[in-house]
Ligand binder design. Structure first.
Ligand code: FAD
Ligand code: EGO
Length: 445
């Protein structure tokens, strides 16, 4: 059988590997040039946090080891307060850590792995224009030659990101439910360079977080000993920072240690030469049409990045689709229907959790609260290792289905609430009954 994969990003290139393994002959079409041949790649986020779900998907195509070897483990969060004081909390046990991976490097690894299959052909500079699902036809614009190419296939898989063209085509063909939401925050990437003697300027095996309520900053380590810093802030605040003085004053007050590490000159240079990028959350349903097309990754579910799960979820999508193709063999229609039905509650759950985390982190007034909340979590987990598992742990370090995570989290919260009520009542009633019984005794006496 012949499959077309639209998009050669993280999810598209992994999906090509999966389909080749299932015996499909695969043609992958990517709108950009081959990033492996480019000096400079423009676009989003330089590094990403890879966790268990993404790793399991990579493992299934034999790439886990290679990717893990080039990533940097982040074993704990390190919280920076406004005075530059630090506090850290481990993510869990020895095996529970995030990996900071380079987006470009991971994408290159996946493309090369896909290409190494004799039945996979990669076509760069080919942009999907439209698709016709009646006869499984897709039309691409070859931007290097300015010509249009028409291709037919048994299966079209859309991995063309949040602004997916294939999704728009599916919308015209079927009753696709769709909703999107831009949040008030945007993000901007900055860099903490390596020190003069070429070492990391902060400790490397941490996810560094500067929680400040309305805005926040994080930093993930890179292999070249730099850190990529991401500042999340409402667009209106970005717009309020107009001059060097505004910017330096803001950083001086909020991120003094960060400012020193980034460098004043470099900060101003970078801040004023880039613009804040938007964050969008997208949900839709179903993910397939008929028996020949389906969307995966951001094309099916863009989420806000406040859980570090977008890519992990997209890679897990490939794993779930592969499971369905395995179970229903040649009946593509059934495999795609079952994929949509099985994946929907989980996709909805992680989009909601990501949005919930955004609201939660935004409303935490400062870093003290952040640390406090994480302490409570770890204390409860220490005393009830099986019945209380922190939400973050379930999402990032287990492959529990996302919608089961929400259910367990809700029942845990209920349990904690009841325990608190019992404690509260006991603390009122116990002394009262005690004194009441003493009074009784006294009367008898
Ligand atoms: P994309 O990476 O967007 O790839 C889509 C590809 O399709 C692109 O190569 C594009 O050129 C191509 N394309 C688009 N249109 C067409 C067309 N018409 N024809 C042909 N090709 C086309 N996730 C994590 O798991 N951990 C993190 O730490 C994390 N951090 C993030 C931080 C930020 C600031 C942001 C914005 C996101 C973050 N994510 C993270 C999410 C992650 O980046 C995405 O979920 C992931 O990149 C989705 O991969 P994708 O392949 O579905 O889409
Ligand atoms: C109370 C305290 C409630 C992404 C803390 C909720 C997210 C949330 C964006 C971190 C880690 C990978 C990330 C933690 C919370 C990536 C992440 C977390 C950010 C921002 C991120 C944690 C890229 C939320 N994981 N996380 O527990 O360390 O806690 F800070 Cl802005």
């Amino acid at each position: 059988m012949h499959a077309i994969v639209v998009g050669g990003g993280l999810v598209g290139s992994l999906e090509a590997c999966f389909l080749a393994k299932r015996g499909f002959s695969v043609d992958l079409y990517e709108a950009r040039e081959d990033i492996r041949l480019l000096e400079h790649v423009k676009g989003r986020s330089i590094n990403l946090a890879l966790s268990i779900r993404g790793r399991e998907a990579l493992k299934a195509v034999g790439l886990e080891e290679e990717v893990v070897a080039s990533g940097i483990p982040m074993r704990a969060r390190r919280i920076h307060d406004t005075n530059g004081r630090l506090s850290s909390q481990p993510y869990g046990t020895e095996e529970q850590y995030l990996l900071s991976v380079d987006r470009r490097k991971l994408n290159e690894t996946l493309l090369s792995a896909a290409e190494s299959n004799s039945d996979v052909n990669l076509h760069f500079s080919h942009k999907l224009l439209k698709a016709d699902f009646k006869d499984g036809k897709a039309v691409f614009l070859n931007s290097s030659e300015g010509s249009e190419v028409e291709v037919t296939a048994d299966l079209i898989v859309g991995c063309d990101g949040a602004y997916s063209t294939l999704r728009r085509q599916i919308m015209k063909a079927t009753r696709l439910n769709y909703s999107q939401e831009y949040i008030p925050h945007g993000y901007m990437e900055l860099t903490i360079p390596p020190s003069n003697d070429n070492t990391f300027q902060m400790e490397q095996n941490f996810l560094h977080i500067w929680p400040r309520g309305q805005f926040m900053m994080i930093a993930l380590p890179n292999q070249d000993k730099s850190f990529t810093v991401t500042l999340f802030m409402p667009f209106i605040m970005f717009e309020c920072i107009r001059t060097r003085e505004d910017l330096l004053k803001f950083f001086e007050e909020q991120f003094r240690d960060g400012l020193r590490l980034i460098g004043r000159e470099e900060l101003c240079e970078c801040f004023f030469s880039s613009k804040a990028l938007p964050l969008i959350s997208i949900k839709c349903w179903p993910y397939h049409v008929g028996n020949n097309a389906v969307i995966l990754g951001d094309a099916a579910h863009a989420m806000v990045p406040f859980y570090g799960q977008g890519m992990n979820c997209g890679l897990e999508d490939c794993l779930v689709l592969d499971e369905m193709l395995g179970a229903y063999g040649d009946d593509l229609g059934k495999a795609l229907t079952c994929y949509s039905i099985k994946r929907n509650p989980d996709v909805k759950a992680i989009c909601d959790l990501a949005m919930y985390n955004y609201v939660e982190m935004r409303d935490l007034v400062n870093s003290r609260w952040f640390v406090f909340r994480k302490k409570i979590d770890s204390i409860l987990h220490f005393f009830m290792p099986n019945s209380y598992i922190p939400l973050y742990t379930m999402v990032s370090f287990t492959r529990m289905r996302y919608h089961h995570v929400i259910n367990k989290w809700k029942s845990q919260s209920k349990m904690i609430d009841s325990a608190l009520i019992v404690l509260f009542l006991a603390s009122i009633l116990a002394p009262t009954t005690y004194f009441a019984s003493r009074k009784q005794q006294w009367r008898l006496w």
